[in-house]
Design a protein around this ligand. Structure first.
Ligand code: ADP
Ligand code: MG
Length: 395
């Protein structure tokens, strides 16, 4: 058991003065490859991580809901199951709950699906940085689903949990997000990644067995300020591209990621810069994701490393969503002994990058990257080692 286990148990005990009925861990996630193509009908390849959110909880007979996060002071929230039942599922109704809009949003969405719930109390703590693209929000939502499932003996499967968690995040917390994060936090398994078709929710498990390697999760600590406006701009550029070249192909293609690299090269002259580069990223990134799955199936970790390098380079040069902090941390990682590949992950402009490194070189690499980043950027990054891990719904 680790320090978070103790932290959550102590916090639960301090606030509620008894021992919890259930204790659950829900993983965070990284997307290994397939970046910025979830809105182009592409496939993504995330895995669930050994860093995530821990929760201790019990049912209450009085119908009250008491929630506390051990991660910051002033987090304690009290409400009632009946109050949540009456609220409308919109951000204005949940705003006053702060961070607890995520667990309470999940509670609301379960009620709306007809699940029978009552009062409960829960203490949580996360071992992953919040707001850095490792999906602490989805991890907290899936944790809540798993806790409520166990406390109230719900017939709740992982896919339903992920769909209602996205709805909670969108409608109650007011954050517009796709399905990938919740899906992998709910369905991920140790030593596996999931190839997920974000438009159909078809998915398949792919072996992701690192053996002598480990993943470094490198948090640039740069706030992702630009991410929202640039995200909308990139989406618009991709829509423009597919509206022009999709029609020229037979059969017509509705999504950029349905276009093969060969087809793209035939028709790309119909586009102007920068739209041509944006489209090139989407078309080729989708191909790289499928190549990455084949590499993993063949146990070819070295090729997998090269593909994640290529993904970053495309996000830097063609999609232009990296920035000096992500580029610096990725370059620093690539220069280290035992590193097979490194790339940004998530929306970009800050947040986290990942590196695939030999276990025996990981500690040395971590120290060197931290030093180089501090020298070049002027403040500290945060690097941790992570393994893949089972989600509570996948075991
Ligand atoms: P990300 O999902 O990339 O980490 P988000 O901004 O989507 O970033 O979600 C972060 C928010 O989720 C936090 O601001 C907080 O409201 C909530 N959250 C996540 N983990 C915890 C936690 N352990 N304790 C309290 N709130 C948490
Ligand atoms: Mg999030």
């Amino acid at each position: 058991m680790n320090e978070f286990y103790e932290k959550v148990k102590d916090c639960y005990n301090d606030y509620f003065d008894r021992t919890e009925e259930v204790f659950i861990f829900a993983p965070g996630r990284v997307n290994l490859i397939g970046e910025h193509i979830d809105y182009n009908g592409g496939k993504v390849l995330p895995c669930s991580l050994s860093v995530g959110t821990y929760g201790a909880a019990s049912k209450r007979k009085d119908g009250r809901i008491l929630l506390v996060s051990a991660d910051f002071s002033g987090s304690y929230i009290e409400t009632e199951a009946d109050v949540i039942e009456e609220l409308k599922d919109e951000p204005e109704s949940f705003e006053a709950f702060g961070w607890a809009a995520y667990p309470l949003g999940v509670f609301k969405k379960l009620l709306m699906r007809g699940f029978k719930l009552g009062g409960f109390e829960m203490a949580v703590s996360g071992s992953l940085p919040r707001g850095s693209g490792l999906s602490s929000s989805a991890s907290l939502e899936i944790l809540t689903c798993a806790v409520l499932k166990k406390l109230f003996r719900l017939e709740l499967d992982g896919v339903t949990a992920s769909v209602l968690s996205v709805e909670a995040e969108r409608d109650c917390a007011g954050v517009n997000c796709g399905i990938m994060d919740q899906f992998i936090c709910a369905m991920g398994k140790k030593d596996k990644a999931i190839l997920l078709d974000t438009s159909t929710l078809e998915y398949e498990y792919t072996p992701f067995i690192l053996k002598d390697y480990t993943l470094l999760i490198m948090n640039t600590k740069k706030p992702r300020r630009l991410a929202d406006s640039k995200y909308n701009e990139r989406r618009a550029e991709c829509e423009k591209a597919v509206s022009v070249i999709g029609k020229k192909l037979v059969p017509e293609r509705k999504n950029l990621c349905d276009i093969t690299p060969e087809e793209f090269d035939r028709v790309k002259e119909l586009l102007k810069e920068p739209v041509i580069k944006r489209a090139r990223h989407a078309v080729y990134e989708n191909g790289r994701t499928l190549d990455a799955v084949r590499a993993l199936q063949n146990g070819d970790i070295a090729l997998f490393g090269k593909l994640i390098d290529a993904s970053h380079d495309s996000l830097r040069d063609d999609y232009e969503v990296t920035g000096i902090e992500l580029d610096t941390i990725v370059e620093a990682a690539r220069a280290q002994k035992g590193v097979l590949g490194a790339r940004m992950t998530g929306a970009g402009f800050g947040g986290c990058a990942i590196a695939l490194v030999e276990k025996e070189s990981a500690e040395e690499a971590k120290k060197n990257i931290e030093r180089i980043y501090k020298e070049k950027i002027g403040y500290d990054c945060e690097i941790m080692k992570a393994e893949t891990f089972d989600s509570p719904f996948a075991v």
